[in-house]
Design a protein around this ligand. Structure first.
Ligand SMILES: [Zn+2]
Length: 346
């Protein structure tokens, strides 16, 4: 593995071919997927996503009563619980919802002593997913937690701080359009990950644009009155942010077909950059690019990982490093208009 990413030789756009679905040979299996009508392709995403979910549940939880060694959403059992919740959303299968709750409860017990309050690696994720899943299981008591979590507001000065920081980041991106991983690391234009580089920035910029759409007059005080996530209030509506997000997405298209599968630093996470821009702009070229990254995984991951040409993740079934994230993406691609980066928006 000399390079971090596969050269992206996929066409920048392929029209879906409704008449001649079977005209392409086996060697062109990826092209066949890219030109398949979306209704057929989404069934393949669903089938593969649900099959993977079964494998991941068996590998990380088995038939129940398992001990939680790593409770986190990032690399542990809570990721399996989130995948089960996603599966429940897609199929309505309550067995998935109840198993999700069982795992969340075990994660809750295992994380009592944790002092980490973050969502992805700490107790907040356990509480939030537990509240959402319990709400669906008609556990009214837990809804109060949900309300508290949604009741966070930014003050106008905090909005201005966020906006200023984003502008600073845009003005200091690399000539390639990629972003540095930290202030101390301004010379290494290497990583194109959600955790480091253009993908994470692009997702944040898209969110910033949404905030402006709600508040076109630039009345940030009015925007601050909205609650976070309830109505996407953190929007600044700045054209500069949209252009920067599109530029960052171009970097992801060219250098983001990573030799890793996961959400944090893999192809699955990078696909969400295109999904977020598709949802914001309605431009089907972004949907195509999300589809292309997903089809690449669908077509090749199961061959590239055993061959050692692609890294399956230090925690191979996990949500953020491994196949859990890929399964989540497959399920999200069934209805891309509703896709959400896992754990950012439940
Ligand atoms: Zn990462």
């Amino acid at each position: 593995m000399t390079d971090r990413f596969f050269p992206n030789v996929m066409p920048s756009f392929v029209t879906e071919d409704i008449q001649e679905e079977d005209k392409v040979t086996d060697e062109d299996s990826l092209m066949k997927l890219l030109s398949m009508p979306y209704t057929s392709l989404s069934k393949q995403f669903q089938r593969s996503g649900l099959d993977l979910k079964e494998t991941i549940v068996m590998e990380t939880w088995g038939l129940g009563g398992q001990v939680v060694h790593d409770f986190t959403l990032y690399s542990g059992n809570l990721g399996t619980a989130l995948l089960l919740y996603k599966s429940y959303q897609v199929t309505g299968n309550e067995n998935d919802l109840f198993l999700c709750l069982e795992i969340v409860k075990a994660c809750d017990s295992a994380s009592r002593a944790s002092r980490d309050v973050t969502f992805i690696c700490g107790r907040a994720g356990v509480c939030a997913l537990g509240a959402v899943a319990a709400k669906h299981a008609n556990d009214e008591a837990s809804q109060s937690i949900m309300n508290v979590l949604l009741d966070v507001e930014l003050r106008p000065d905090e909005f201005e701080d966020v906006k200023g920081t984003l502008k600073y980041m845009i003005n200091n991106c690399f000539p390639s359009g990629n972003y540095s991983t930290s202030e101390e690391d301004r010379k290494r234009d290497v990583l194109v990950h959600w955790c480091h580089g253009a993908p994470g920035i692009a997702l944040t910029l898209v969110k910033a644009v949404k905030v402006g759409a709600l508040c076109p007059s630039g009345n940030y005080f009015a925007a601050a009155l909205y609650k976070i996530e309830m109505c996407n209030a953190q929007v600044f509506g700045d054209k500069e942010f949209l252009e920067a997000a599109i530029n960052a997405a171009e970097v992801v298209w060219n250098r983001g077909l990573l030799k890793r599968v996961g959400i944090c630093h893999g192809i699955s996470g990078n696909a969400y950059v295109f999904l977020s821009l598709y949802q914001l702009t309605g431009n089907i070229e972004f949907l195509y690019k999300a589809k292309a990254f997903t089809c690449f995984l669908l077509d090749r991951a199961h061959k590239l990982i055993p061959a050692g040409e692609m890294h399956g993740g230090d925690s191979p079934y996990s949500m953020f490093e491994g196949m859990g994230g890929m399964a989540y993406l497959f399920l999200d691609m069934i209805d891309p208009s509703k896709a959400r980066f896992p754990a950012y928006e439940l």
